[in-house]
Design a binder for this molecule. Structure first.
Ligand SMILES: *Cc1c(COP(=O)(O)O)cnc(C)c1O
Length: 457
């Protein structure tokens, strides 16, 4: 056995139960004791009905997060361009589009997804440090509105001089009149240190993202009078899971000064795209609220008189989603207890990729069950990698085969990073609204898995 139960009884749970702090999730009375609800749906029943693993999102949680940012920016012209890479479920994108959202795409695949979801080009910004010529070409032809209208996405965020050359060459092929020239911005690197983990910090001068201000200035000036592109914006994205306002403020002030500097050169930018990156509470983090972040941004941007674009991903969807899994087996090995669950690193890669901690709890509590008998266990998936471990020494009440566990705050960079590693089928996704749970992506089948394979000879 691990550390004796007697000790653990005295130790507090290291982290608060997410059902106690996440909006729209809560423990409530159920016929057999207590159960975790997402809005009006119990996680246990949803999991048993759909099978596990399954991602489940609360529509109200996504809605409220989006509105909180949106309201915080009231009074200045703005568009929230949801970062698709954080969660690319088509139904979720349609829901955000219906709320007035735009989108930040970082690949041709994401642009194609938007096309299929019916999103007009005027709601799309295209970012990415390595856009291919084909991706640029496709994006240049994306209709601004309607299906066959004039082409035009909201903004191309260019990240290098070399990319600029390709964009100019491709634009020259499609632009017949200067008023058709694509709207372009430069992604600058404001050189601030920010981001929750070395792999998701992007705005420091040693990172691959963006251009430093001096190089960006030269590029703006070099193409000031271009007939094939129009300078319409400036953009930045300083990192992800940023937990304080200070680096945001510093970066934004640098950008504001730069926008004014360009005005002196006769370049008047319409858009300031400040990227995403606002952190969220997974366990015990204390990020600024969406409202405080929005107010800070608003106060710096307002006097500039530009249209603000933000590209939030995590701060909109992370807390709105859980990954539900069943327990397969519990086993003891050299004094350690392993809870083997059916979800794995291919379903949720963040623990293996970033060492991210996602709290895990049961989703039901039987009547009269002593809630204090926690013991420390390792919660692991079935994939053949030692890294396929969700949590080490995590306090969990006794569980058995078939029990459903919730892996919390998995709405962002969960399903979007999922793979078929070990030939595992990717999980389905459910969207809860009130008492209803709607399937918004079905579980993959073995046919899906082998569809692209070719036989030898
Ligand atoms: C990843 C990314 C975002 C979203 O970041 P979050 O931390 O999820 O808000 C926004 N913009 C760009 C360019 C990105 O690469």
């Amino acid at each position: 056995m691990g550390a004796p139960t007697a000790n653990n009884k005295k130790k507090k749970l290291r982290y608060a139960d997410p059902a106690t702090f996440l909006p729209h999730f809560a423990w409530k009375k159920s016929p057999r004791g207590k159960a975790v609800f997402a809005e009006g749906v119990t996680l246990d029943e949803a999991a048993k009905k759909t099978g596990t693993p399954v991602y489940l999102y609360s529509q109200a949680a996504i809605h409220d997060a989006f509105r909180e940012l949106d309201h915080g920016l009231a009074g200045i012209p703005h568009t929230l361009c949801f970062a698709i890479k954080s969660n690319g479920n088509r139904a979720l994108l349609q829901m955000l589009a219906a709320m007035g959202g735009g989108f930040d795409a970082v690949s041709g695949g994401e642009i194609e997804l938007l096309r299929r979801a019916g999103v007009p080009g005027q709601r799309i910004v295209f970012s990415g440090v390595g856009k291919s010529r084909e991706e640029i070409r496709e994006a240049l032809r994306y209709p601004a509105s309607g299906k066959n209208g004039r082409p035009g996405i909201l903004l191309f965020n260019v990240e290098s001089e070399a990319e600029m050359d390709v964009l100019l060459a491709e634009a020259a092929c499609v632009v017949r009149h200067p008023s058709d020239a694509p709207a372009v911005s430069i992604r600058v690197n404001p050189d601030v240190q920010a981001g929750g983990h070395p792999h998701i910090s992007t705005g420091h001068h040693q990172h691959k993202f963006g251009m430093d201000l001096a190089a960006a200035r030269r590029l703006y000036l070099a193409h000031r009078d271009s007939r094939h592109i129009r300078w319409e914006g400036i953009s930045a994205h300083i990192g992800s899971q940023v937990l304080s306002l200070a680096p945001f403020r510093k970066a934004l002030q640098r950008m504001a000064a730069f926008v004014r500097d360009l005005r002196g050169e006769g370049i008047f930018l319409r858009y300031l795209d400040f990227g995403g990156g606002l952190g969220v509470r997974y366990t015990d983090q204390k990020p600024p609220s969406r409202a405080d972040y929005a107010h800070m941004v608003r106060e710096i941007v307002r006097p500039l008189g530009v249209h603000l674009l933000l590209e939030p991903g995590r701060s909109i969807v992370a807390q709105a989603g859980v990954l539900l899994t069943r327990v397969l087996y519990v086993k003891e090995n050299r004094g350690k207890t392993f809870v083997i669950v059916y979800a794995a690193m291919n379903d949720l890669m963040r623990p293996a990729l970033y060492g991210a901690v996602h709290a895990i709890t049961p989703v039901t509590r039987a009547k009269g069950a002593a809630s204090a008998t926690l013991r420390r266990v390792d919660i692991v998936g079935p994939v053949c990698e030692t890294g396929d471990c969700f949590l080490h020494d995590w306090p969990l009440p006794p569980v058995q085969s078939g029990d459903v566990l919730a892996i919390w705050c998995a709405g962002a960079y969960g399903m979007s990073l999922a793979s078929n590693y070990n030939m595992r089928l990717r999980a389905p996704e459910l969207l809860v609204s009130g008492k209803r749970a709607k399937l918004i992506r079905r579980r993959e089948t073995y046919n899906d898995l082998f569809r692209a394979d070719c036989n030898l000879g």
